[in-house]
Ligand binder design. Structure first.
Ligand SMILES: Nc1nc2c(ncn2[C@@H]2O[C@H](COP(=O)(O)OP(=O)(O)OP(=O)(O)O)[C@@H](O)[C@H]2O)c(=O)[nH]1
Ligand SMILES: [Mg+2]
Ligand SMILES: [Zn+2]
Length: 313
């Protein structure tokens, strides 16, 4: 019987690896195990990632070395300041974007949005320490009355300190309110499929080749629905990551004492309940319960906190 031959790595490639200088770069997008990296000198390189490394995502800072013309290998992913995760269809937690400091939750009158999902995104933003911004897109579809009604329904958010901006990609001045919020930030656009995230990027960067979908052309989800997250540099300043839309967004597992911190208006009342480990469900002497009843905190948000907590336990 023939002896199984041992295979050693080719010495040539090992030498080449040592000779190439290590550089730094920014991951713009990743496709499977390949990443589009913007080197610090501005060139775009297609990089493979070493098997032992975590999957890179848009916004990652990496070390890489060249293996050919516009090709390279990522050897290290630098520690992430923040990362936005969401469970995939199999329930595994997947990182969507890294090093972001602002989460822009995009909602629109069409498709109709869910407050529950908005709140879940806001909790996610609070827990990773990113600043949330609520963006109501397709403002052109709202007449004066429906705009006022929507503003009224969303009034709690500016009250608790979340900026709320109305935008439209169909009006020349439709993005005016947004520019100032993007400067000096790395932001990620999140929200349901079809709310117009990629159209916003397209309007901000007219030269970029971004495929935006048309929900009206096909039933259900848009044909050009975004499938990978992509980072863009906004001409007026700031980096913006367009992410694939979701039908729904769920938080991964979060401990109850963490979840309550995701609702920033609860902060003054935490520690005031009769029981120090109050979960604010139906315990007697609950300070949050009383505040909601007295109209100091928003009842719908409080109910949503409890729904989230119950869903997790
Ligand atoms: N009326 C109106 N339609 C818009 C606006 N912005 C986007 N749309 C339309 O909404 C549809 C979806 O737009 P996209 O930008 O592809 O939406 P998306 O959020 O990127 O969708 P996913 O990539 O699937 O998450 C397209 O038909 C756009 O033309 C807007 O401001 N007003
Ligand atoms: Mg898109
Ligand atoms: Zn309580």
């Amino acid at each position: 019987m023939a002896k199984r031959q041992r295979r050693y790595p080719k010495p040539a490639s090992a030498n080449a690896r040592e000779k190439e200088p290590i550089r730094q770069g920014l991951v713009l997008a990743h496709y499977g195990r390949a990443s589009l990296v913007e080197s610090d000198d501005g060139t775009l390189v297609r990089c493979a990632t070493r098997r032992n490394l975590p999957r890179t995502v848009s916004g990652d800072r990496v070390q890489w070395h060249s293996t050919g013309s516009r090709e390279g290998i990522i050897g290290a992913v630098l520690p992430r300041r923040t990362s936005l995760c969401r469970p995939d269809a199999q329930g595994r937690n997947r990182t969507v974007a890294a090093n972001i400091d602002q989460i822009i939750v995009v909602i629109a009158s069409r498709p109709s949005f869910e407050y529950d999902m908005l709140d879940r995104y806001l909790v996610a933003a609070e827990l990773i320490g990113a600043q949330p911004l609520i963006l109501v897109n397709k403002a052109d579809l709202l007449d004066g009355e429906s705009r006022a009604r929507l503003k009224e329904r969303l009034a709690v958010y500016p009250q608790i300190g979340y900026p709320l901006v109305f935008t439209s990609n169909r009006r020349p001045d439709g993005l005016k309110a947004l520019h100032g919020h993007l400067r000096d930030h790395t932001s990620v656009l999140v929200g349901q499929s079809g709310v117009g995230k990629s159209s916003l990027v397209q309007a901000l960067l007219p030269d970029a080749d971004i495929r935006t979908g048309s929900l009206s052309q096909v039933t259900g989800l848009g044909r050009h629905t975004t499938t990978v997250a992509m980072l863009y540099h906004v001409p007026g300043g700031g980096d913006l990551i367009d992410s694939p839309g979701v039908r729904d967004f769920f938080l991964g597992k979060v401990a109850p004492e963490e979840l309550q911190k995701g609702f920033r208006e609860f902060a003054p009342f935490l520690g005031q309940c009769r029981f120090h480990n109050c979960r604010h469900l139906s315990e007697p002497g609950c300070a949050l319960h009383k505040s909601a009843r007295d109209g100091i905190i928003n009842q719908r948000r409080f109910d949503n906190y409890r729904t989230m907590l119950e869903a997790m336990s």
